[in-house]
Design a protein. Structure first.
Length: 312
């Protein structure tokens, strides 16, 4: 078993995926739930992850049994007293998150670092009013973190190096590719890139340049596969920065610089067409198409499965 003892606050998809990741790499892990039914849902989610891993012959049943022995659930912060590294997976509400951190400060003297999995909230906002703000960082993974290796680590001006290094080392030990932001910015790294691309895609739809399905096909069959093997900056060097300069000077004036959501999105949200959970968004969804989407969304990441599984 590894030295650090992990605590996870929350039994949702993010929390239980992290629980699978940490126990799958030999870390003693305790998950805090708010009520007993949440414990049962968390256990079911954990078992489903290992069922799929077993089906793909990535984890034996004997290994899964060892991993299960590292997992614990509790409803009481006092049971986290011996934990050293905390991963908070609560709703995107600053007051809720800060309330969790205050409970950790009051009940968990062994805490070395608190990592929020927030996808957008800056660590300098999360640590306001705490007795030990230096322990708070953001460690934002992409769902599901037991499968997607990327994590972006974001420090606040008051985060100390020990806390950041502790979180970094645990994640790297679990085979994650941790990217450290030099300073905090809204959306961090990946979502800034993702939404800049999405902004231009929606703009093209609203301008009548192409339909969503053809834009999706353009992405899936042109440059996106390339960037799973080479980096964006690497590719531009290969193409030649003089050509990049010429294209940017010609193209940039015609790109969207919109500062708020498009009518394309607003009209769907207000009309109750928010996507898969409503059965319709940009596309129509049913059980079969959602199941197919989940399989296709996971497929590129199986090649990165690299857990240091404990011996059975």
């Amino acid at each position: 078993m590894k030295k650090e003892k992990i605590a996870i606050i929350g039994t949702g998809m993010m929390g239980m995926s992290l629980a699978a990741l940490f126990t799958g790499n030999g870390y003693d892990t305790t998950v805090l739930a708010t009520k007993e039914p949440s414990v049962r849902r968390g256990q079911d989610s954990y078992e489903e992850i290992y069922r799929i891993l077993g089906k793909r012959n990535l984890v034996t049943e004997e290994q899964a049994d060892v991993c299960r022995s590292y997992l614990h659930f509790t409803l009481d912060y006092a049971d986290l007293a011996a934990c050293t590294v905390f991963f908070e997976c609560a709703v995107e509400d600053g007051e809720v998150k800060r309330g969790i951190y205050r409970q950790i400060e009051a009940n968990c003297p062994g805490c070395r670092a608190i990592a929020s999995t927030s996808s957008a909230m800056a660590p300098e906002d999360l640590c306001r009013g705490l007795s030990h703000p230096e322990k708070v960082v953001v460690a934002h993974p992409f769902n599901p973190p037991h499968l997607v290796p990327f994590v972006e680590l974001v420090k606040s001006p008051c985060s100390d190096e020990e806390a950041a290094r502790t979180v970094y080392d645990v994640l790297e030990d679990c085979g994650r590719k941790v990217c450290v932001m030099k300073k905090s910015a809204p959306g961090f790294i990946a979502n800034r890139l993702q939404h800049a691309l999405l902004r231009e895609a929606i703009y093209m739809v609203e301008e009548g340049l192409a339909d969503p399905r053809d834009i999706d096909k353009a992405l899936m069959y042109s440059f996106m596969p390339r960037y799973t093997a080479v980096g964006l900056f690497e590719h531009q060097d290969a193409a030649g920065l003089d050509m990049v300069q010429s294209i940017e000077n010609y193209l940039f004036p015609s790109l969207s610089d919109r500062k708020a959501a498009f009518a394309f999105v607003d009209s769907r949200v207000s009309g109750g067409r928010r996507g898969q959970k409503d059965g319709e968004g940009t596309y129509r969804w049913d059980e079969a198409s959602i199941a197919d989407f989940k399989v296709r969304a996971s497929e590129p990441y199986w090649q990165y499965f690299n857990w240091s599984l404990p011996e059975a």
